[in-house]
Design a protein around this ligand. Structure first.
Ligand code: C5P
Length: 213
C-alpha cells in the first residue's frame, strides 16, 4: 500500500506520569493512566508514522508499530525526548512532575517529626522543545484543567510556545476513565469536540496532525 498519510514522518509522543524518587521506596507522582497518550501513539502508527513513545510508568501494553522508551523521572524524560529528535511533530501528553525531591540514598526512617522535602523545579520539556533549534514543525501540548479550561489553555499555548494545546476538562470523571472531553486550541481559535472515547479523540487528532504535516 501507500503506507498511510503519515508515512515517512517521525512523531514523538510523551505519555504517562513521571516518578520523582524521595528515597528507594517512595516517590512523588502525578495522576495519569497513560491511556490518552498511548491511544494517540497507536493512532499515529496506524496512519503510517514512525512513532517514538517516551513513557513514564504505566500498566499498558506497547501499541503495535510503536517504539517505546521507558523512563521514570522528568529529567530522564527530557533526555529521552532530546535523544529521539529530530521529529516532524511532538505530542506531549505526559503528566510530568513539576518538582523533584532530593533523593535519599537509604529509606527514610519514621522519626518523631515527618521529614521536610526540599523540592526543586523540573525542566519544562514542552517549553524547552518548542524553543529548541531542533523544534519539530508541529508541537502539541496538553492542558489538564479543572476550571476556566479554555482561558488557561489559551494562555498556556503562548507561554509554552506550542502550536496547539489540547485542553482537557478533568473536573469530572475523565482521569483514568474511557472518555475524554477536549478543546483544540490553535492560532486560529478554539474547537470544542463532543465528549468521546479516548481512542476517538486520538484518531481525530492524528488525522489533524496528518492534515497539518
Ligand atoms: O504546565 P502544565 O504542566 O499544565 O503543562 C502541561 C503540558 O506541558 C503537557 O503537554 C505536558 O506534557 C507538558 N509538560 C512538560 N514538562 C513539564 C511540565 C509539563 O513537557 N515539566
Amino acid at each position: 500500500g501507500d503506507g498511510g498519510r503519515l508515512a515517512g514522518r517521525h512523531v514523538l509522543v510523551t505519555a504517562g506520569p513521571t516518578h520523582e524518587p524521595i528515597d528507594p521506596v517512595r516517590y512523588i507522582a502525578n495522576r495519569s493512566s497513560g491511556k490518552q497518550g498511548y491511544a494517540i501513539a497507536a493512532a499515529l502508527a496506524r496512519l503510517g508514522a514512525r512513532v517514538t513513545l517516551v513513557s513514564g510508568p504505566v500498566a499498558l501494553p506497547t501499541p503495535s508499530g510503536v517504539t517505546r522508551v521507558d523512563i521514570e523521572t522528568a529529567q530522564d524524560m527530557a533526555n529521552a525526548v532530546a535523544a529521539a529528535l529530530p521529529a516532524d511533530a511532538a505530542v506531549m501528553v505526559a503528566a510530568v512532575g513539576d518538582w523533584r525531591a532530593e533523593t535519599a540514598g537509604q529509606k527514610i526512617k519514621k522519626g518523631d517529626a515527618p521529614p521536610t522535602l526540599a523540592l526543586s523545579e523540573n525542566p519544562d520539556i514542552l517549553a524547552l522543545l518548542a524553543r529548541s533549534p531542533h523544534r519539530p514543525r508541529l508541537v502539541i501540548g496538553f492542558a489538564a484543567e479543572t476550571e476556566h479550561v479554555v482561558d488557561h489553555a489559551t494562555a498556556k499555548r503562548t507561554r509554552k510556545g506550542a502550536d496547539w494545546i489540547v485542553a482537557n476538562d478533568v473536573s469530572g470523571d475523565v482521569m483514568g476513565g474511557p472518555d475524554n472531553s477536549i478543546h483544540l486550541i490553535t492560532a486560529n481559535g478554539v474547537e470544542s469536540w463532543e465528549r468521546m472515547p479516548k481512542e476517538a479523540v486520538a484518531q481525530r487528532l492524528a488525522e489533524r496532525i496528518a492534515d497539518a504535516l
